[in-house]
Design a binder for this molecule. Structure first.
Ligand code: BGC
Length: 559
């Protein structure tokens, strides 16, 4: 790492009032697996605060924290029981305020996760709904329906939960008899709200204000395509090979309903009344980029995750196409394109890019999965893929641990698995635990420095010492050094605010473009390709000749 890179990395992020989210690199913190200050085996907010300097050195602009609000943790915090408090597992509201202040003092913005599609079944509203009975205003905040069949013994429709099994659960009424059913697109502990109810809308405006008033810079909105359901809740059977969040499907009665956009128009106004460019980012798994772009029309959200990019195969033609379409389609509505390769729901890209079998979103991989990745090939491709991604104009999301080159953990023992997907499919789908294993900070010490006690809510692999942050920080050739260099150069050269010009005749297996004074060439083919003229700024692997080897991306300063 050069001195220049370090200096650049410590420069403040974009100033307020500059729509920082258009170009920001946003680092996802999955709090339970980031750093554990109190040693109970689950990461926490003081753990985040303690490591903000590491993130500053890495050179990111903002952090997004997955949910840390009060929750029984049936879906790792995506089952919220109190939207305006911190779960004791992660600390207190004071810990949050301290973390936020410490991040802002370092010029790092903070986005929090908002989960509006469903609450926890332990939420006061759901408990009140159970107690109040059919036809009550309390039940009208959720989607309670009578069952089909002679005695209401069949679910109201045939919808399946994203995590497997039926999307309906029958309740026992106060008189002890089997009663109504409630809808849960996810786990049975996650009842869906009825977003046609004005009370629900008012409550979420209150929740947004609660966090905005505390000073957050924005929200990542969970299941932003799911809030509204088709009137009458008609039956629907997804295709057998579909991803669990509906990424390939059209006309689903619970994904991407047109009415959902009114909610975000309202939120847009609410955020706009605050200073400092607060932002909304949609988690909307829609089949096409054009459909995803509906969430970022000028009066709606500011960003949407680019899942078609994340799901692209390691194939030059596919990537050229998705990059082109992303830039064009998001620009057409005045939004930046985002780029993302990993998150807490998908197989880490250091493994995914070397999988040889289909792996639908959310299914995960485990000991018996077909087409398991070769680790070296996966890491090489992941480094090349990230080197390509961070040269693209727009905003990029990183997922904690990818900067260390962490692979998906495949060999988690069955009895250690925690994802509801694993339980609801009777072990047929491994789910997402493999990308959620606590981070290695130090090669020595208990739990690789995740805490000082050695406790870890998911077991860490025995062979992770060489991937620990302290080891990688000392190694010029490490994935951490590569990410640090890429982020410093991206910032220094303002690549996020740049524009992309394709290099003609680069070859079928090559992705090659100019962004400002940087030429980027990614070789996805089997054979080396000529290295373009100019000074090499950064390469995803060491270069031994004037060619770009297979599965390598190079940034070159054009003459
Ligand atoms: C989150 C998942 C979560 C689900 C239900 C998703 O999109 O990213 O981790 O299980 O929403 O809240």
């Amino acid at each position: 790492m050069t001195t220049t890179a370090l200096e650049d990395a410590s420069a403040p992020p974009t100033a307020p009032g500059t729509e920082w989210w258009r170009t920001a690199v946003i680092y996802q913190i999955y709090p339970r697996s980031f750093a554990d200050a109190n040693g109970d085996g689950v990461g926490d907010l003081p753990g985040v605060t303690a490591h903000l300097d590491d993130l500053k050195i890495l050179g990111i602009d903002a952090i997004w924290l997955s949910p840390f609000m009060t929750s029984p943790q049936r879906d790792a915090g995506y089952d919220v029981a109190d939207y305006c408090d911190v779960d004791p597992l992660f600390g207190t509201l004071d810990d949050f305020d301290r973390m936020l202040q410490a991040a802002h003092a370092r010029g790092i913005r903070v986005i929090v996760d908002l989960v509006p599609n469903h609450s926890s079944d332990q939420h006061a509203w759901f408990q009140a709904a159970l107690a109040a009975g059919p036809g009550s205003p309390e039940r009208a905040r959720y989607l309670f329906r009578d069952g089909r069949g002679e005695n209401g013994e069949l679910p109201p429709n045939n919808w399946e939960s994203v995590f497997g099994g039926p999307a309906w659960t029958r309740v026992t009424e106060a008189d002890g008899r089997p009663g109504q059913w409630y809808l849960h697109l996810f786990d049975s502990s996650q009842p869906d709200f009825d977003w046609t109810n004005p009370e629900v809308r008012a409550e979420f405006r209150r929740i947004l204000r609660f966090w905005l008033d505390r000073g957050v810079d924005g929200f990542r909105v969970d299941v932003a395509h799911g809030l509204m359901k088709a009137p009458g809740l008609p039956d629907y059977t997804p295709p057998a090979d579909s991803g669990s969040m509906g990424g390939d499907e059209t006309d689903v009665p619970y994904w991407g309903r047109p009415e959902v956009h009114d909610v975000y128009r309202e939120w847009h106004e609410l955020l706009a009344a605050y200073d400092g460019d607060r932002a909304l980012c949609a988690e909307a798994w829609m089949p096409t980029i054009a459909q995803t772009a509906l969430w970022v029309r000028p009066d709606e959200m500011h960003q949407a995750f680019n899942f078609p990019y994340l799901m692209s195969d390691w194939n030059a033609q596919t990537l050229r196409h998705v990059i082109d379409e992303s830039l064009r389609t998001f620009a057409a509505v005045g939004a930046p394109s985002t780029w993302v390769l990993s998150n807490h729901d998908v197989v880490r890209h250091a493994s995914r890019l070397a999988l040889t079998a289909e792996n639908p979103q959310g299914h995960g991989i485990g000991p018996n999965s077909p087409g398991k990745p070769i680790a070296e090939l996966g890491l090489r491709r992941a480094r090349a893929a990230t080197t390509l991604m961070l040269a693209l104009p727009g905003s990029a999301y990183l997922y904690q641990g990818e900067e260390l080159g962490l692979p998906e953990v495949i060999d988690i023992p069955d009895d250690a698995r925690q994802d509801p997907t694993w339980f609801r499919t009777g072990g047929e789908r491994y789910g997402r635990d493999g990308c959620r294993v606590p981070l290695p900070w130090t090669a020595d010490g208990p739990s690789y420095g995740f805490n000082t006690t050695g406790a870890s809510w998911l077991p860490q692999p025995a062979e992770w010492a060489h991937l620990a942050r302290d080891v990688e920080a000392r190694d010029e050739a490490s994935t951490l050094s590569l990410y640090t260099r890429l982020l410093a150069e991206r910032r220094a050269r303002a690549l996020g605010a740049g524009s992309l010009v394709w290099m003609p005749d680069a070859g079928a297996d090559v992705v090659a473009f100019r962004n400002g004074n940087v030429t980027v060439i990614a070789n996805l083919g089997d054979r080396p390709v000529p290295l373009p003229a100019g000074r090499v700024i950064v390469s995803s692997e060491p270069l031994e000749s004037d060619t770009v080897p297979r599965d390598v991306t190079v940034w070159i300063e054009a003459d």
